[in-house]
Design a binder for this molecule. Structure first.
Ligand SMILES: [Zn+2]
Ligand SMILES: [Zn+2]
Length: 333
């Protein structure tokens, strides 16, 4: 049970975050952004096994590596590839899907499901390879309230950030685990058995009581006494945005309990006017956010190419002066 994030792409170049959620019975793979981050050098099977592509926005440095991913999974039907991004993602993605000569598509079965995440609504569109992706089929829309993805193992929350265009931040949370406390079980003089599954189950009870060794117990009572909840990992990916006071006020509660915050730091704080103009963050702002939100660690990514490798130790030191547990991705320095 864990969430592991791997930053892709080199220092001073495009970056992305590959996320693997190991839920024991299942492994989920999410890719946050898709710039020139060396996808062609990664195992094909890994790209084909992606469950979700989470795009912050569709500026070139966040989508330019998409063709590599598409080449390996354009014909995936089951499950369909799912793409998420800000409003107009489906429209831009359709251009990407259409941007090839398709003339043998009748036998293809690939399906792509693209979701536009608005502040009020999430709207999905389905695209089919056998139609050469020519039609955008409405695939449902719903209120944007709570997580955009949620299953028994994890959830993803999207937050709209201001990059002079919407940029989506993503917070990926493992579902808390509910386990039986063996000491409490022993204290009740009950023997372990298949009945414990019923206690752990989150589905509504058909019978709200259990009879054990001739004695009847209320399930709700047993749950209250026996279950301990362990919080899961949380990983956040935030890039390309301006950190003003209202944004900080929205992000701090959203990042509650977050383990690792992977956050852009396009500029040094000495270049704050540049950062403001470009709707980007500085290293000290990223560190200030990490401190205010109380995350466990901060990983700085998406550093401008204007800075030289010799600047990196200072960029890191400036951030660490505010939030000590800051680092660059593995292999950068
Ligand atoms: Zn951008
Ligand atoms: Zn960018």
């Amino acid at each position: 049970m864990s969430i592991a994030g791997q930053v892709l792409g080199a220092a001073g170049h495009d970056n992305a975050l590959l996320v693997q959620i190991n839920a024991g019975q299942a492994i989920y793979r999410l890719l946050c952004d898709c710039g020139e981050v060396g996808l062609a050098q990664r195992p094909v099977g890994e790209l084909q096994a992606l469950d979700h592509l989470l795009l912050s926005h569709l500026h070139m440095d966040h989508i330019s590596g998409f063709d590599t991913l598409f080449r390996h999974s354009f014909n995936r039907a089951d499950p369909p590839m799912q793409v998420w991004g800000p409003p107009a993602t489906a429209q831009i993605m359709q251009h990407r899907l259409r941007g090839f000569m398709w003339n043998l598509q009748a036998e293809l079965r690939g399906t792509w499901l693209v979701h536009d995440i608005g502040t009020e609504m999430v709207t999905a569109w389905r695209f089919h390879a056998e139609e050469a992706f020519a039609r955008a089929h409405p695939a449902g829309s719903g209120l944007h309230a709570g997580p955009i993805i949620a299953n028994a193992d994890f959830s993803v929350t999207a937050i709209t950030l201001d990059h002079l265009t919407p940029s989506m931040g993503y917070i990926i949370r493992e579902t808390p685990r509910r386990n039986i406390d063996p000491a409490r079980l022993a204290a009740l003089n009950l023997l372990p058995g298949a009945w414990l599954q019923q206690v752990k189950s989150a589905t509504p009870d058909e019978a709200p009581t259990l009879t054990l060794a001739g004695q009847t117990y209320a399930l709700a009572e047993l749950r209250a006494q026996l279950l301990v909840e362990t919080p899961g990992d949380t990983l956040a990916y935030l890039t390309d945005f301006r950190l003003d006071a209202p944004t900080l006020a929205r992000l701090v509660p959203a990042l509650q309990g977050c383990g690792t915050l992977v956050c852009e730091s396009q500029f040094r704080h000495a270049d704050l006017p540049l950062a403001r103009r470009a709707y980007h963050l500085t290293n000290r702002q990223a560190a200030g956010l990490a401190r205010a939100a109380g995350v466990a660690e901060l990983v700085l990514i998406h550093i401008s190419e204007r800075y030289r490798p010799a600047d990196y130790p200072e960029i890191l030191a400036e951030a660490r002066a505010i939030f000590p547990n800051t680092r660059f991705p593995v292999g950068w320095v």
